[in-house]
Design a protein. Structure first.
Lengths: 597, 248
């Protein structure tokens, strides 16, 4: 083998956000030799930006809460499309995972009697989100980071994985390169945990950073694993809209959880008009009732309609704007200044206060924010076993956003941070358990050499700028596979993506291999093209509207498709699409969801 | 509304480099990181810059903008007069990898050596503790740290005197302060802070506090109390006598 570093591990975890760190900590606790590989510096992963909190039925604020209610909220929020067993495991194990973080040093905000405080959030019946002001993700990642560095894990920072290898039907390793030097590294291992997050960089208006190019989804797809639910993309209702350079940056749902209300240009609280049948009776019907709830009278009053699930709120905002009732810069108004005192706002939402003051010159304790939907999260991902998080490729696991099924057609806010912990731990545990099993075949040198050659091809060409192709791809997805879709638009997206594949094959790079963002972008493009095509194909196949997937040509939900999954798999050079019906819900589970007991 | 703005960026490696001039069309509300990205997308695809969140939450895009250590994503172009050239340099206290990207791995090594969190036994049989808001607020201030390392960059002990081997720097003192002031923690880090951490090198010039984008009161709330702790443990004659007696 030519000039390449080769490293042996029991478990290689790709991605160092909450799920990756939790998986690595668990695998290490099982005495596995673990590598944690991340595209950025440690502690900079997307988890750091999570603001509102982690959902767990601790019942510290409202004693009525328990895992059954959390499970029911998750299934109803996911529009009954979720892998019910994952949703159940998640609701049952989340409280232990949160308490465990406290044992590792987390400093959550407190209740008056000294327990972990919990805040209300969209779609959750009770106050359920353990939080630290509006920087919960930062707290979680620091705690996990410090636990991780004392666990004997090898961390490989600023290292991008470009290919997974399967030999003898099992995972055998991964090829990556270090950004600093541009040199390749071969990880030999029988167990890989993907924890690479999402795909939001495929759209123009997004809350996601450069890292979110769907690498894990694409690596798994290329290795022969199945992807599910790729049509379900969450557009978060509240992203910044002005000034243009900050468009898409997240405004936490915590603003609404702490009493913020949505208004159109006529000053109307329009959410009262958008109550879906499924949630009728669960939410306040007057402003007075809603205000009383915000002020703490939560037994007698129901939640404000601003706390409906994200899919519902995002679509309502889109409709208000389309019908001419938007704000000057094409959003709607989010107002907390008229509902809470400046002291309260600065205490509960310090980073939102800071963000608007610095980036938009808006004081949110005095004025309303202008907000609009922004690409935020993909519910779809690698198809995994609910108990072990193993994909359809033996030895390949997926946890967190890159895994599919848990959130169904729409994720509830706060369920991601707890998902990372619950399924990160499970993936790490089961990946470590493969240790000592009879090894797969070794990786043929020719495959490694081919993967390296393909990664370096852009240097050989005097071709198009990769940033131009990336930005063209984002425009295609924003225009044709955004919050509202139809057949013609999705077909256009697919044909334009086909053309972009051709352009991506001809991009050229100048400069050296050392920390060269042009090269990094050329490599990320390969992943972006796979996930964009998967999203467009799945969206075309699902002929109904459900959760995060809305078709203007099929505006209603079709109950026959509720439990049908769109499965994507690589067959030869073709992306194959098929439907698969999920197992029926057991009668007791169905009763729990329908009747609440 | 766009206007032509002049940027001067460092291009080079740890072996040296040069300042290069670029002109970009800056739109309303644009921050310095946006302008650097425009250069990268349109004029120099190999321009190296580190960034993630673009919202002041991850601390990746630290640099020196017209001589001041700042986050590029939180510095608006309109903070500078339209005719002023905006010069962006990599952080000086760390070795350059390429262009605006520096090698900050030293911080991670220093952090790994800080003695780990050690909680007291749980207060209740279910393994939980009780802590009150007034108790957690002090360490919560330090947990706001986004590890941008701007305080390390501005600290003269590291920046001018290159004492990376002997002094852990303000960012890592803040990191130690989280656990030292954590209501549940029982570990004693004063020996570590005094010897390996070199806390005595800090002479309280408060430059770190000034540059902190999270407004953490680094010197007053983290470093000075840690210095007092170290002094109490090592220089208080009564404590010295007590230790002497109890050891025998």
């Amino acid at each position: 083998m030519p000039d390449i570093r080769s490293l042996d591990y029991d478990v290689v975890v790709i991605g160092a956000g909450g799920a990756g760190l939790r998986a690595a900590i668990e695998a290490s606790a099982q005495n596995a030799k673990v590598a944690l590989v991340c595209k950025s510096l440690l502690g900079k992963a997307h988890t750091v930006m999570a603001e509102g909190g982690a959902a767990a039925a601790l019942g510290n604020v409202m004693g009525e809460d328990n895992w059954r209610v959390h499970f029911r909220d998750t299934m109803r929020g996911g529009k009954m499309h979720n892998n019910w067993r994952m949703a159940q495991i998640h609701a049952q194990e989340a409280p232990d995972r949160i308490n465990e973080l406290e044992a590792w040093g987390a400093l959550f905000d407190r209740t008056p009697d000294g327990r972990i405080n919990q805040r209300p959030f969209g779609g959750h019946t009770y106050s359920r989100l353990a939080h630290v002001g509006d920087r919960t993700g930062l707290e979680m990642i620091r705690v996990l980071q410090d636990k991780g560095v004392h666990s004997g894990i090898d961390v490989h920072m600023e290292c991008t994985i470009v290919r997974l290898f399967v030999a003898g039907g099992k995972i055998a390793g991964a090829l990556g390169y270090f950004r600093e030097t541009g040199r390749f590294v071969l990880f030999k291992t029988g167990a890989i945990v993907l924890a690479t997050g999402g795909i939001g960089k495929a759209w123009q208006i997004t809350s996601n950073s450069w890292e979110y190019t769907g690498d894990g989804h694409a690596l798994a797809y290329e290795a022969g694993a199945e992807l599910i639910d790729m049509e379900f993309v969450q557009f978060h209702p509240t992203g910044m809209v002005w000034p243009p350079s900050v468009r898409g940056i997240l405004v936490t749902e915590g603003v609404r959880g702490e009493g913020g209300v949505l208004k159109n240009s006529a000053g109307e609280r329009f959410m009262f008009r958008y109550m879906p049948d499924m949630f009728k009776g669960d939410f306040a019907e007057t402003e007075a009732e809603s205000d009383a709830w915000v002020q703490g009278e939560r037994k007698k009053n129901r939640r404000p309609p601003e706390l409906l699930t994200r899919d519902v709120v995002a679509k309502a905002i889109t409709k208000e704007i389309a019908e001419g009732r938007g704000s000057p810069h094409g959003g709607v108004f989010l107002d907390i200044a008229s509902k809470q005192t400046p002291e309260f706002i600065k205490k509960k939402l310090p980073s939102m206060y800071h963000q608007f003051k610095e980036l938009a010159h808006v004081d949110i304790t005095k004025d309303a924010m202008e907000i609009g939907p922004t690409t935020h999260y993909v519910m779809g991902g690698v198809k995994v076993d609910a108990e072990t998080q193993e994909s359809t490729v033996p030895g390949l696991y997926a946890a967190g956003e890159v895994g599919g099924g848990m959130h169904g057609a729409n994720r509830l806010g706060g369920n991601s941070l707890s998902d990372l912990l619950v399924f990160g731990r499970r993936a790490g545990q089961h990946a470590a358990a493969t240790r000592g099993a009879p090894g797969g075949a070794s990786i043929p040198d020719a495959e490694v050499e081919r993967a390296m050659r393909e990664a370096l091809e852009p240097f050989e060409r005097d071709g198009e700028n990769p940033f131009a192709v990336q930005s063209a791809l984002q425009a295609v997805m924003q225009r044709n596979a955004g919050i509202i879709r139809d057949k013609a638009g999705l077909e256009t997206a697919l044909s334009e993506l086909e053309a972009l594949k051709g352009r991506a094959r001809t991009v050229g790079i100048t400069g050296s291999r050392e920390y060269n963002p042009g090269w990094h972008t050329a490599i990320d493009l390969r992943s972006l093209l796979v996930v964009s095509e998967a999203t467009a194909r799945a969206a075309l196949e699902r002929t109904e509207s459900r959760g995060g997937h809305t078709r203007s040509d099929y505006p209603d939900s079709d109950e026959r498709q509720a439990r049908e999954q769109i499965v994507i798999k690589k067959e030869g050079d073709r992306m194959a699409v098929r439907r698969e019906t999920q197992p029926a819900l057991p009668a007791d589970v169905l009763k729990l969801i329908k009747e609440g007991t | 509304m766009t206007e032509q703005r002049r940027l001067r960026l460092f291009r080079g490696t740890r072996n040296g480099g040069e300042l290069k001039d670029y002109t970009v069309a800056a739109g309303e509300g644009m921050v310095v990181l946006d302008a650097v990205h425009l250069v990268q997308a349109e004029q120099a695809p190999d321009l190296a810059v580190r960034w993630n969140c673009k919202a002041g939450k991850c601390g990746s895009c630290s640099a020196e903008i017209n001589g001041k250590p700042r986050l590029m994503c939180m510095t608006r172009m309109s903070d500078y007069p339209a005719d002023e050239t905006i010069t962006v340099m990599p952080m000086k206290a760390f070795p350059v990898i390429r262009d605006l990207v520096t090698d900050v791995s030293w911080n991670y090594k220093v952090n790994a050596r800080i003695p780990a969190f050690q909680p007291r036994a749980p207060d209740f049989p279910d393994g939980t503790w009780r802590m009150f808001q007034y108790e957690v607020e002090r360490p919560q201030e330090f947990r706001k740290c986004i590890e941008c390392f701007l305080c390390q960059d501005v600290c003269h002990v590291l920046r001018a005197h290159d004492k990376h081997e002997e002094f852990m720097g303000p960012a890592m003192l803040v990191r130690a302060a989280v656990y030292e002031m954590h209501p549940l923690d029982e570990a004693d880090r004063s020996d570590h802070l005094r010897h390996e951490g070199g806390i005595g090198y800090c002479n309280i010039t408060k430059c770190c506090t000034e540059v902190c984008p999270e407004s953490i009161t680094i010197t007053d709330n983290a470093i000075i109390p840690l210095k007092e702790r170290v002094a109490d443990q090592n220089y208080d004659p009564l404590q010295w006598l007590w230790r002497k007696l109890t050891r025998q």
